[in-house]
Design a protein around this ligand. Structure first.
Ligand code: HEM
Length: 326
């Protein structure tokens, strides 16, 4: 999508009236209902994202490997680069002060890759390979149940929907990342890559940190300030770039393609697709001027056709944007 098209879209959305108060619970999981439900759990914070509220903006570049071009004809994967990147690290959830020390919360990394001529493509990833709900309806039900603060109802939700316990189990089995630079980020959904010969492969994205996966002990985490990631990254960037290897995990026939709560078997083959390199912090206004849109893809990369969570993300982010841009 071109930047001009996006600017028109966002201007139109920003002109739409916003709800002053979260609406009462609704059964249909439309984008506005999802934003209302996020606000009901985390509060409504004027001018801020309804989710992944606590974060900051960075910049750098992306350079593909030779192998990447054999899997996808997407411009940034098949032509050398480097391609300019703007990104944003964030904490999951809609709390603007979500502590960096929280173990059972995802971290997020969203990027725009500048393809030239006003075009860009986006990736929006988290530090767990699975999402908390298999459909928008289930996510809405989960948010509304959590907002009720009724422990019995919350326990009953997780008992009835065991796939929604996987993300927390995955996170709590691992340490708090020592830095935004020392953890993997996952695309969660299944994407299809197409190369110039028309060969199609299903994959999942993972950004693997060049600094290694480094976590804090629970004691170390307790001793950190709730907002320690930004100064930590600033100090790290002063010494050199912060890098990740963009990896495509190759799926096999029978692997789940439309369920963002499903894990693929561990033995799936990873292919190094390129290096994402951050060089400096960027003004937050640059990241806040639009959305990082998971559906903003290019020829050579397709999103999942029947994954309801993937389908609803882009319009939901647009609603969140339209309200925070007011
Ligand atoms: C139905 C499911 C989901 C809903 C309703 C939802 C909702 C939202 C909303 C409202 C925002 C703020 C958008 C903005 O104002 O710019 C957001 C941001 C974000 N979401 Fe989701 N999300 C969903 C699924 C996911 C999944 C599956 C992932 C990971 C693969 C994810 C990762 C992120 C990240 C990293 C951001 C921050 C982007 C930024 O820094 O601007 N979300 N989400």
């Amino acid at each position: 999508m071109t930047l001009a098209t996006r600017a028109v879209l966002f201007a139109a959305l920003a002109a739409a009236p916003a709800l002053a108060q979260p609406a009462p619970a609704r059964a249909d999981a439309d984008p506005a209902a999802l934003v209302d439900a996020l606000n009901a759990v985390f509060g409504k914070h004027d001018g801020k994202r309804a989710a992944h509220t606590h974060g900051f903006c960075i910049k750098g570049s992306f350079a593909p490997t030779a192998e990447a071009g054999r899997l996808s004809k997407a411009p940034h994967l098949s032509a050398k680069g480097p391609w300019p990147v703007v990104g944003r690290f964030s904490m999951g959830g809609g709390n603007p002060a979500a502590p960096n020390t929280q173990k059972d919360n995802t971290r997020g990394l969203a990027i725009h890759i500048d393809l030239g001529d006003g075009n860009q493509t986006d990736m929006v990833m988290i530090t767990a390979p699975v999402f908390v709900a298999k459909s928008p309806e289930k996510f809405l039900e989960l948010l509304q149940t959590v907002a009720s603060k009724d422990k019995a109802k919350i326990d009953a939700f997780f008992a009835a929907n065991p796939e929604s316990t996987r993300q927390k189990a995955w996170l709590t089995a691992r340490p708090v990342p020592a830095s935004y630079a020392t953890t993997s980020y996952f695309g969660v959904h299944t994407f299809t890559l197409t190369n110039t010969d028309g060969v199609r492969r299903i994959i999942k994205w993972q950004l693997v940190p060049s600094a290694g996966e480094i976590g804090l002990t629970d004691e170390e985490a307790k001793s950190k300030a709730p907002d320690f990631y930004k100064p930590e990254l600033t100090e790290r960037l002063a010494k050199g770039p912060v890098e990740f290897t963009l990896t495509a995990i190759l799926g096999e026939p029978g692997d789940a393609v439309d369920d963002p709560t499903a894990l693929w078997p561990e033995e799936r083959q990873p292919v190094a697709m390129g290096t994402l390199s951050f060089s400096a912090l960027e003004d937050d206004a640059v990241c806040d001027a639009g959305i990082f849109d998971p559906a903003n893809l290019v020829d050579g990369i397709e999103g999942p056709a029947n994954d309801g969570v993937f389908q609803i993300r882009s319009p939901t982010y647009a609603v969140s944007f339209s309200r925070r841009a007011q």
